[in-house]
Unconditional design. Sequence first.
Length: 298
Amino acid sequence: MTQKKQPQAKRHLTVGFIGQGYVGKNYADDFSRRGIKVVRYAKEEPHLRNGKYIRECDVVFVAVPTPTSPKGFDDSVIRGVLTLIGEGKIAVIKSTVIPGTTKKVQKENPQVIVLNSPEFLSEKTAAEDAATPFSNIIGMPVGDLKHKEAAKLVLGLLPRAPFSLICDSTEAEIIKYAHNGSGYTQIVFFNAMYDLAGNLGSDWSVIERAIAADPLIARRYAKPVHKSGRGAGGNCFIKDFAALSRFYRKTVGDPLGAAALAGLEKKNIDLLLASGKDANIVKSVYGEKITRRHPKGR
């Protein structure tokens, strides 16, 4: 799908991208294709020396790592790069962050206007996802006039989507976790159904055909065996669900809800380790000791 070029006024803006992983790169590629002047900065060549130009950008999208480790969620890279953005300019956090982070970051950086705009890219189809989004979400940490105007500006810069929403930044952050958590939960559930079918001697391919014909089932994550093994793998699913589970337990304090999320985690870890899928990512999130099956906590 070919995107229309931006109106002339918006093409006069310079848009920066900090981070050139699959998220930052594909968004920058899309903006560039639509005739918007783009500056890319990353720790890798050929963008390593572009940090000094970020200060002059009108809007800067931040797409840097926010890892989860046994020590917890880490947003230090975001906090570090915000110092590169010019006074009065707009910073848009694309990285996945714990709910409430954007508000904290805004208070720490009053010299810039901070927004949150979650991304919904899959690594395999990132270029297409960036160019043809199903949803554009802009979260504001403060509901004042300058944030509202900034949110409208950023929404106008993004490729058009069937659904667009300007909301509170914490709501935007939860929307992102709801998206990732939904996919994660579906993968674990369909793996449980796959095991049930196997234990009863049923043909999963027959069941899968019926699932594919059911309009009420989201079929994107209905394949128990996917890529290199079983379970919700990849950097985003593993780290984000771990961060969500820990944050929920700490914030909500509901033992049943916490247990439900922890149970999904444990089952997913079991699936990943048993099939040898993304074991290195599992260890980076949960620690080297997470080598046995049916782990008892973290």
